[in-house]
Design a protein around this ligand. Sequence first.
Ligand SMILES: Nc1nc2c(ncn2[C@@H]2O[C@H](COP(=O)(O)OP(=O)(O)OP(=O)(O)O)[C@@H](O)[C@H]2O)c(=O)[nH]1
Ligand SMILES: [Mg+2]
Length: 383
Amino acid sequence: MSVPLPQGGIGIANLPNQKHKIVAKKGAHFTVMVVGESGLGKTTLINTLFSTELSAPKDYTRRHVKQLDKLTEVEILKAELEEKGFRVKLTVIDTPGFGDYVNNRDSWAPIVDFIDDQHELYMRQEQQPQRENKIDLRVHACLFFIRPTGHTLKPLDIEIMKRLGTRVNLIPVIAKADTLTQGDLLKFKTRIREVIRVQGIRIYQPPIEPDDEAAAEHARALADAMPFSIIGSTEDVETPDHRVVKGRKYLWGVAEVENEAHCDFRKLRALLIRTHMLDLISTTEELHYENYRQQQMETRKPGDSKPKRVDNPKFKEEEEALRKRFTEQVKAEEARFRQWEQHLIAERDRLNKDLETAHSAIKQLEAELDGLQAGYGRGSQRR
Ligand SMILES: Nc1nc2c(ncn2[C@@H]2O[C@H](COP(=O)(O)OP(=O)(O)OP(=O)(O)O)[C@@H](O)[C@H]2O)c(=O)[nH]1
Ligand SMILES: [Mg+2]
């Protein structure tokens, strides 16, 4: 079920360096994961990717994977892409959304564990004598969905993004971009970028090629657009000017998936499956997997078979403390917010009262005026 890639392809034809040429020879495994709160359109985006580019739904396989002792049930979709004889085995991992509250912490922790587990699994296979045909589900790109509040990142987002960013190529996306106006979307983006910077969250940076001006330009444009705004839809709808496009139809018009004036879907797709697939793969190998391996080497005693997060009580303690501190922070923030809300309500009530007083004063004046006019009318009649 190979699907030729139209327009531009994966860009294998002019690979920048020798290493990429080696990857190209072997063919690549590329794994993308979507993560985020429930109902933000993760599954829809995957289906949109497949329906706009990759293949008809019948061409890919879906597999439910229930992880033992884990709360996460991930869905794994596979498809194969081909360009000029270069094959990519694409795997997309759809995770169920976690809740939007601290108490739901346990429902997203398995997602972080899942990423570690894949590194662990790969590392163990590397240590085996027979190293052919390794199972490799190491995640090369993790799309993190942000709720389109128009406000800012939530403490929970920050916490999760921090953890993901040190493990995987993290690509933040703003979900359901059609629910914000372009102006609000831009402000939202700027604010999120600021929070990412201030909080030291690591996100994927498209590398700037020093000796390829066009590629550098493209990379800069991608970096500037982050976090990518997304509209997901597999529906064909007709625009007011009679084009049929993938989009979402509203009374005011159509939000178009592939229109760059509406959202960054095209940029995200280009980054993933055209221009930066190989970079995502090699940074995963060289940076994230290598980090994991090193960390495990340092902390694991010889003969230990399990990764440290299961074994090491000190690590658990630290994590527990961190979680507690985080929960406290969120609670404090919420208390502050509630106080502020109370204050607003009181202020509103006060203003309403003022308004009422003003209203009755006006009413009274009107009544007096009526009285005067009536009196004047009678007076003039008498004359
Ligand atoms: N307005 C708008 N709605 C969207 C968009 N993408 C998805 N939706 C809608 O949002 C709802 C949830 O979409 P899903 O794709 O199931 O969300 P999910 O993130 O996979 O949800 P979970 O699997 O529960 O975590 C559906 O009704 C979608 O039609 C979008 O870009 N804009
Ligand atoms: Mg889903």
